[in-house]
Design a binder for this molecule. Structure first.
Ligand code: PMP
Length: 416
């Protein structure tokens, strides 16, 4: 047999290809095709980087046109028309209608870059070092983001102690037995508590990697208000839950809060291209030129597709309304499937949702059975005990129902 270069040359740190050994060659909408022509239904969406599906035709045409016209692709943080258009569109379609006044920074290509920037900025602004994050949080794999990540298996990859962060209980950690944040307020007010006042608290409104725990809006509001009283910055990591995943553009829109810093990435390019934004209140714009630099801070192709994606999907509320219907449809389908397994239940919010199984081995088996039936879905949670469904937001009802049917078969096969 011919040797497989992926086996012989690529590092063993590989992860997704272990569960999905196909070699993927082509993709369109909610489907991917492997080299041998097999068609896979994609309920993974590039871990949330493909909210509008693969190769949206209009965005693809824009990429082709931009390249065919020798458009500048790399520009560091220099000015380009593509960047101007992205900023103007983001201001007009996203910020102004939501009454949000944020400075926009391009911190580097990925989610972990925007989290690093947020943590660093919070420390610089407040002059304090300590950052609080939550049990089961996931914020990225570089050292700062990893330090605020809850999963100790992931943190072990650092090989060194990660400091300056403590984990505090996420919403519903105590099953409602202990009032929200009373304990935090007490230790912050008590000079003898020994708890250093943090620079910031970083939170996901839905813990995408940590088991699809979804915070209640009133819990987020209580957190926001407490931090405001104590002059501690609130960072919302909307890398996974943002760009429409939960049904609104930002996942915190229904909580009535205005975070001090917001981390955005994954689907902001609209086309699966590397791009990230760090949004912060204007008064936090304290870095001097060059104090937070980097080579890949201006992906012009991503600006081109990102601006158009905002126009296509967010200029009015028609897409959002259609998405709300699809979200209900997915939820109802999942609730029916959960009835097949005692103790299984639906978790998450919007199109960042899934099924929790009481036996932690079940979710992996379900995802494997789905793969056998040519469908991609991943697992989530500290023990990978949750099957995670992230269809493209643009999926039609027919494909959604197809996915639910395969999932049902996979659940029955894995548990039967
Ligand atoms: N924050 C959250 C909430 C995420 O889900 C992720 C990625 N799954 C990251 C940060 C890191 O993003 P990236 O993998 O692009 O560095």
């Amino acid at each position: 047999m011919a040797t497989d270069i992926f086996e012989t040359r690529e590092s063993q740190v590989r992860s997704y290809c272990m569960n999905w050994p196909a070699t993927f060659e082509r993709a369109s909408g909610a489907y991917q095709w492997s080299e041998d022509g097999t068609k896979y239904l994609d309920f993974f969406s590039g871990a949330g980087a493909l909210n509008y599906g693969h190769n949206h035709p209009e965005l693809r045409d824009l990429v082709v046109e931009y390249v065919a016209n020798d458009g500048v692709t790399h520009s560091m943080d220099m000015k380009t028309p593509a960047k101007r258009r992205f900023l103007e569109t983001f201001e007009r379609i996203i910020l102004e209608p939501r009454n949000l006044d944020y400075k926009v920074m391009f911190p580097g290509p990925t989610g972990t870059n925007t989290v690093e920037a947020a943590l660093k900025l919070a420390r610089k602004v407040t002059g304090r070092q300590h950052i609080l994050s939550f049990t089961n949080a996931f914020h990225g794999m570089t050292l700062g983001s990893l330090s605020v990540t809850g999963n100790s298996m992931k943190r072990k990859g650092a090989g060194i102690p990660l400091t300056n962060s403590s984990k505090i209980p996420y919403d519903d950690y105590f099953d409602g037995d202990i009032p929200d944040f009373l304990w935090l307020e007490r230790v912050l007010e008590d000079s003898g508590s020994g708890v250093d006042k943090p620079a910031a608290v970083i939170v996901e409104t839905v813990q995408g990697e940590g088991g699809l725990n979804a915070a209640r809006m009133e819990w987020l509001k209580a957190l926001h208000d407490l931090l405001k009283r104590h002059k501690i910055l609130l960072i919302v990591d909307d890398v996974q839950a943002g760009c429409g995943r939960t049904g609104k553009f930002f996942s915190f829109e229904d909580a009535g809060i205005v975070p001090d810093i917001v981390c955005v990435s994954k689907s902001i390019s609209g086309y699966g291209l590397a791009m990230a934004l760090t949004l912060f209140k204007p008064e936090l714009d304290v870095w001097e030129g060059g104090e937070h630099n980097g080579t890949f801070r201006g992906n012009n192709l991503a600006f081109v597709t990102g601006a158009r994606a905002l126009e296509l999907f967010w200029s009015d509320d028609s897409f959002q309304k259609e998405l709300a219907g699809r979200i209900d449809e997915l939820k109802q389908g999942l609730e029916k499937i959960a009835e097949h397994v005692k103790g299984a239940y639906v978790k998450g919010r919007g199109f960042l949702t899934g099924l929790h199984f009481p036996n932690p081995d079940t979710a992996g088996k379900v995802a494997a059975e789905a793969y056998k039936r040519n469908m991609l879905m991943e697992t989530s949670g500290p023990e990978d005990e949750v099957v995670k469904l992230m269809p493209p937001l643009t999926i039609d009802s027919e494909d959604l129902q197809k996915g639910l049917k395969i999932l049902e078969e996979a659940v029955l096969a894995a548990t039967g």
